[in-house]
Write a new protein. Structure first.
Length: 276
């Protein structure tokens, strides 16, 4: 039954899509193959998936910065850089005889069709909340087929801590282990704050660090209930602080002064001015 539904979904997707050859993508693939070829670049030929993964991470962060800047031109360029590194890594695995970019594209297409039965199948879903529930349900079934031991296994251990905390919280909530509402999470945050202050007063560094981590983890859940990502919120706050701090530096520089030479009272006044 499930197989026939998948076939129906695939047919629906293909019938509504035009399979077009993207010459620019093919050109980029050929470029990477030339760089890796016998007469190619010594540096490119030396690279491995592991070495390229570091550059890919850097490029992704540069893409994120460009998206935050809101410049379509920058975003276009950084997307190209990310695409180059993805194709580069795929080309290495093709050389090794494992798979090519086409195989990856086919696999993710099949996966997305399977996870969107409300788009490519006969199911009907209207709310984002229901989409998320269905997504987790489908992933859970896939994970069982992959013989995973926990619903948390799909969360990469190498993710930045704040993003990983959010993903793990999502997985746990999807399994029904969650607070009833945001008030419950806020109450828990207040409890964690009290425990942190208690550990701090005792002068126990390790315990204090753990309790501080508990505060951060609970705040991640506050953000989740409030409907935004904590990584985005923290990034915006950092940018806001940076702009205000730079304003203080520039203002003082025009007067021939440095931050470390200015009294605290004057810094407070500058900070308030920067906020306005």
């Amino acid at each position: 039954m499930e197989e026939s539904q998948q076939n129906h979904s695939s047919e629906k997707f293909e019938s509504g899509s035009k399979q077009e050859s993207i010459d620019s993508i093919h050109c980029l693939i050929h470029l990477v193959e030339s760089l890796r070829g016998a007469k190619g670049c010594p540096w490119d030929r030396k690279q491995t998936p592991k070495s390229m993964s570091i550059y890919l991470i850097e490029e992704v962060y540069e893409l994120i910065d460009s998206i935050k800047s809101g410049s379509p031109e920058e975003i276009c360029e950084e997307l190209g850089d990310v695409l180059f590194h993805i194709i580069f890594i795929a080309s290495i695995y093709k050389e090794l005889g494992y798979f090519d970019l086409k195989s990856s594209a086919e696999r993710v297409t099949e996966k997305m069709i399977h996870r969107h039965p409300h788009v490519f199948g006969d199911e009907t879903i209207k709310t984002v909340k229901d989409v998320k529930k269905q997504w987790q349900k489908i992933k859970k079934k896939e994970n069982k087929q992959a013989a995973e031991h926990s619903i948390l296994d799909s969360v990469p251990a190498g993710l930045p801590a704040l993003i990983r905390a959010y993903r793990i919280s999502e997985r746990a909530a999807g399994a029904g282990f969650d607070w009833e509402d945001i008030k419950g999470v806020i109450t828990k945050t207040e409890e964690e704050w009290a425990e942190f202050n208690s550990a701090l007063s005792k002068g126990k560094d390790e315990e204090t660090s753990i309790e501080f981590g508990d505060i951060l983890f609970t705040l991640v859940n506050v953000a989740r209930f409030a409907g935004f990502h904590p990584e985005t919120a923290l990034g915006d706050s950092i940018n806001k602080f940076e702009k205000r701090f730079r304003y203080m530096e520039e203002t003082l520089a025009k007067k021939g002064k440095h931050l470390e030479d200015v009294p605290r009272e004057e810094l407070e006044m500058l900070w308030e001015k920067a906020k306005k």
